[in-house]
Design a protein around this ligand. Structure first.
Ligand code: IPD
Ligand code: CA
Ligand code: CA
Length: 259
């Protein structure tokens, strides 16, 4: 199946690279949508529903949600829209296919980085056709990717405390501005630790499968698998021991999720 999804995702990304697009705010200046996000999503919905007739969708834009199907596509037309709007190249198209509530295929394509990540459940994870694997770095040598709760700044202080504690026990941190890409970089062994206070299923559905097929692990605040139907704190690491350390640090700052 994934080999039939890849050309559709690449064609969709072609709508993203064209110049000239409108930028709109979704409630705040940090939360943007562009005319390219809408065009990519429209294209993907048309082509993916034809690929799996009767399938449903969970898409970021326009509240496009129809989950009452065995097969559901989880789509982020552009992950890293703030980068895209500013001409920063770290952004991608992210598409996951779920069956009975479980991801079965995931494709993440970053046209400017020219990186195509994909996975099919049980078949491993690939970057540009080559198998990828998470790193074996210990926590002390880990590279963290994290964010400061961009859309809910009331959580930023807590985030900064968590990020500070992870940072002090690890190597360094980065913020690329595309959660899907950051999780794929972890799958490819380039970063090792991940924390974000609140992500949506379309941010991590495809990359989460790519990460787990590459040997990585992820969970929410409760230590359980990430929800594919609602927002979630998102923790990920190259191995379970490092994930547990992140979870312990999070729990040392928060007794419960504030949302
Ligand atoms: C955002 C990116 C970003 C993350 C935000 C997401 P968008 O997605 O993944 O890295 O920090 O929480 O909302 O809005 O560019 O699709
Ligand atoms: Ca996103
Ligand atoms: Ca998006």
């Amino acid at each position: 199946m994934v080999e039939r999804i890849i050309p559709i995702v690449k064609e969709a990304a072609g709508l993203m690279v064209r110049s000239g697009f409108d930028v709109m705010e979704k409630g705040s200046s940090e939360n943007l949508v562009t005319s390219s996000d809408l065009a990519v999503q429209r294209f993907l919905v048309g082509r993916l529903s034809a690929l799996v007739p009767g399938s449903g969708f969970l898409c970021e834009e326009d509240d496009f949600k129809d989950l009452s199907h065995e097969y559901v596509w989880i789509v982020d037309p552009i992950d890293g829209t703030a980068n895209y709007a500013r001409g920063i190249q770290d952004c991608c198209v992210s598409v996951a296919l779920t069956k009975g509530g479980e991801e079965v295929a995931g494709v993440v394509y970053s046209p400017w980085r020219n990186e195509l990540y994909w996975a099919e459940r049980g078949c491993g994870a690939f970057l540009d056709g080559r198998p990828i694997r998470v790193s074996d770095r210990p926590f002390s040598d880990g590279m963290l990717c994290a964010a400061m709760s961009t859309y809910r700044k009331e959580y930023a202080q807590t985030c900064s405390g968590i990020i500070f504690d992870i940072y002090m026990r690890s190597n360094d941190f980065r913020r690329f501005g595309s959660a899907a890409l950051e999780l794929c970089l972890m799958a490819a062994g380039k970063i090792d630790l991940y924390f974000e206070m609140r992500l949506q299923p379309w941010d991590y559905a495809a990359a989460g499968l790519i990460l787990s097929e590459a040997g990585g692990v992820s969970c929410g605040f409760d230590g359980k698998r990430l929800s594919l139907s609602r927002q979630s704190m998102t923790l990920a690491a190259n191995n379970k021991a490092n994930l547990d350390t992140i979870l312990d640090i999070v729990h040392s700052h928060m007794d419960e999720l504030p949302y």
